[in-house]
Every structure is written in structure tokens, then in C-alpha cells.
Design a protein around this ligand. Structure first.
Ligand code: AMP
Length: 392
């Protein structure tokens, strides 16, 4: 298939102006594009650097008309953008990844259904449409289980753990209290994984695709804390993850950057936790440790340009700055101390308000071999006062 090429000088539209939108904007500007950012929050980081800023609500028809008129191609920075908005834009301009891909991915039931029906490995799951059927759903899955809202959850929000029968009543009540009309949930088997991994896949409009090295991730309270690259361990696992990534994104016919979040079982088997249809937090290291970052790849893929070479210049460890971690950087002498650690690259997202669990920035530690980057990250986290687990 011949791809339509969007040349430098054109205007790329991005829905959502958080840190991912901002990093996309910087990569696009470096390649000679202009960027229109649409985010209802006027304080969103990407508005500060956008060529054109649209702070209207996503339901505003006038903003939609202006945004569609101005842009040559549209993408989005996260999956909770209204699919309806993408469908409307798609009638006028290319949207990549497409609204059809977004619709499958933004609903956990649709996404898991798509993966399972295509033979891809996922934890066993059941659909829940009314809270009082929770016991039936859990009986089908077994204990322990995890109940998640089908839409809008992220970073561990909208999740309930069900370890034993006595949890059913408590969770049922919590679901009923937070339920909105038409709300659905997915009940999944709680996987006792050996480790969490992720693989970034880039696929162009012509169907060519490439993957980044396998990454190993550690989460705290459902939020990504650290990423190590390349993931230590067997090459065979990395090869299987890459092959899985190519097959899933081909099957989706996705154009852009995708991330598969994976669980590795003690047997070595890989299960897909979820797919993100966009650059991912676990791929932020690519900004500093790769010749072409995940954000530049997104620009290239949606513009029909050749994909960049995936070349890891150095092993890396990325540490997220979450909530109060950022205080020392914004108000104290943290930046100076950090900038003195060899191989440390600091990214602050410029968010005005520090809130608990909010991603405020990240630091990439470069070092070869990986153990050197790990030592630097450990030294930094000890300085922050949040001790890493022994392996991080
Ligand atoms: P999610 O929002 O689905 O990406 O989940 C956030 C984190 O919760 C994941 O990175 C895992 O650490 C954990 N998690 C999610 N689903 C499961 C599951 N089925 N079994 C075990 N842990 C899970």
C-alpha cells in the first residue's frame, strides 16, 4: 500500500497536551513540522510549546472545525480521548492510529476480546455489566482476581483486588457506589508474574514495522516507577516479545507507535496485560538512549516517512518522578545535585501543581554496562528517600 506522505512544514494535530503530547511536539518541531495541540486544560504542558493551541472542550464543534481545517494529520497522546471525536476528525483528515483502532483499545473488554479471539495470550477474563454478578464472574475466573473498569482507568485507577470470597461484598458495594449508567467492568485473573515487561512497536502506513529492545518495568501502587533497558535475561524471551508485538500491531493494522505491556510467568510464558496505541512511559528512555526516539517514530509513522533505525546507544534506567519526588527539583537544590550524577538526564514536565501520584517528570540514567546505570539510579533514589527494591 502506498502511504500518503505529510511533508515537513505541514501541521500535525495532537489530541491531548500532557507530557506525551509535549514530547511529541518537540520531536515534530525538530523535524520541521508545526503542531496544533488540543487539550481542554489550558495549563497542559504541550500548550506551552505548541505552534497552535486549542484549549476548548472536546465536545466543542467550533474547535473541531478549526482544528480539522488547520491540520494535515491527527494523532493522540492517550487512549481516553473520545473515539467519537476521532471519528468526526477522520471524515476530514487522516487520524493515525485510526478511530477503529482507538475504539478497540480504549475499552478493556473490547481489547481483551480482540486479543483472545485472535489467539493472542491474555489472562483469563470475564465481562461484568451489573455489580451484583461479581460473584458469578469471579467463580468463572477463580481467586485471586482483579476487577477493572472497562473504560477510563489508568495507572492502577479503577481497580479492585478480590483475594477471597469475603471481598466480594465489599467490592460489589464499591462498584455500585461508583457506577454510572451503562458502565461495565472486566474481571481478570490476578497473575502471579515473575516480572513485568514492555515492548514498543512502530508500524508505518506501508505496513513496515520495527521494535525497540525489550524493557523490564517495576510498578508501585499501579504506577510505573522504573524501566530497565535492555531487560536482563534470555534473548529468547526478547525475541518472542518482539514477534508478538509485530503480530498484534499487524492484526490491528495500526499506524504509529504502540506499546504492549506484558507479564512474564515463571514458566517464561508471556501474557499481554494491555496495549497502548501511543508512545509509552516505559519508552521515555528512547529520548536519551536511542538514535531515534519513540516520539520521532510517531511523527515519522503518521507522516508516512521512513521509520527510523532502532539503535540503543547505551543501556538505560528510567526513574519516574511522582508526586512529592518533584518538590526537591522544583523548589530545592535537587536539579543541581542530580545533574552532578554522571549519565543522568533530567526531564521535568512543567506541571504547575504537584499532586500525589501525579507524574511530574522522569530521569534517565545512562551507563554501560546496565549495572552502572542501575547503580546511578539507586544512588539517586536513595537521595530522594524512596529506596529502590533490591533489583532496581
Ligand atoms: P493496568 O492499569 O491494567 O496497566 O494495571 C496497572 C498495573 O496493575 C499493572 O502494571 C500490574 O502491575 C497490575 N495488574 C494489572 N492487571 C493485572 C493482572 N491481571 N494480574 C496482576 N497484576 C495486574
Amino acid at each position: 500500500m502506498k502511504a500518503v506522505v505529510i511533508e515537513p512544514g505541514s501541521v500535525l494535530g495532537v489530541l491531548g497536551g500532557g507530557q506525551l503530547g509535549a514530547m511529541f511536539t518537540m520531536a515534530a518541531c525538530r523535524l520541521g513540522y508545526h503542531v496544533a495541540v488540543w487539550d481542554p486544560d489550558p495549563e497542559a504542558p504541550a500548550h506551552r510549546i505548541a505552534t497552535h493551541s486549542f484549549p476548548g472542550p472536546f465536545t466543542d464543534h467550533h474547535t473541531l472545525a478549526c482544528f480539522a481545517e488547520l491540520t494535515n494529520v491527527v494523532t493522540y497522546e492517550w487512549e481516553n480521548i473520545p473515539a467519537e471525536l476521532c471519528r468526526s476528525l477522520e471524515q476530514q483528515k487522516p487520524v493515525r492510529p485510526s478511530s477503529a483502532v482507538l475504539s478497540v483499545i480504549q475499552d478493556r473488554l473490547e481489547q481483551k476480546g480482540f486479543l483472545a479471539s485472535n489467539g493472542f495470550p491474555v489472562p483469563s477474563f470475564a465481562r461484568l455489566t451489573v455489580p451484583d454478578q461479581l460473584a458469578t464472574a469471579v467463580r468463572h475466573i477463580g481467586y485471586p482476581a482483579l476487577c477493572k473498569t472497562a473504560t477510563s482507568g489508568y495507572d492502577g485507577k479503577g481497580q479492585w483486588r478480590i483475594s477471597q470470597e469475603s471481598d466480594i461484598r465489599v467490592v460489589e458495594r464499591s462498584l455500585s457506589e461508583s457506577a454510572r449508567p451503562g458502565m461495565r467492568w472486566i474481571v481478570e485473573s490476578l497473575i502471579s508474574f515473575e516480572r513485568e515487561l514492555s515492548i514498543l512497536v512502530v508500524r508505518g502506513a506501508d505496513g513496515q514495522s520495527c521494535t525497540y529492545p525489550l524493557a523490564e518495568n517495576e510498578h508501585e501502587e499501579g504506577i510505573l516507577r522504573t524501566t530497565k533497558v535492555p531487560a536482563p535475561g534470555s534473548l529468547a524471551v526478547a525475541e518472542r516479545a518482539a514477534a508478538l508485538g509485530h503480530r498484534v500491531v499487524d492484526r490491528l493494522e495500526g499506524v504509529g507507535v504502540f506499546c504492549l505491556e506484558l507479564f512474564q510467568l515463571p514458566s517464561g510464558e508471556l501474557l499481554i496485560n494491555e496495549i497502548a496505541p501511543r508512545p509509552h512511559n516505559s519508552g521515555h528512555y528512547t529520548l536519551d538512549a536511542c538514535s531515534v526516539s519513540q516520539f520521532e517514530q510517531q511523527v515519522r509513522a503518521i507522516c508516512g516517512m521512513p521509520l527510523g533505525e532502532v539503535h540503543l546507544l547505551s543501556p538505560a534506567v528510567m526513574v519516574n518522578l511522582i508526586g512529592d519526588d518533584a518538590t526537591t527539583f522544583v523548589k530545592g537544590a535537587g536539579s543541581r545535585t542530580l545533574l552532578g550524577i554522571p549519565g543522568a538526564v533530567l526531564h521535568l514536565y512543567g506541571k504547575r501543581e504537584i499532586r500525589p501520584r501525579r507524574k511530574m517528570g522522569h530521569v534517565t540514567f545512562l551507563g554501560d554496562p546496565l549495572s552502572l546505570a542501575l547503580d546511578r539510579a539507586k544512588q539517586f533514589r536513595e537521595g530522594l528517600g524512596n529506596s529502590p527494591s533490591p533489583s532496581a
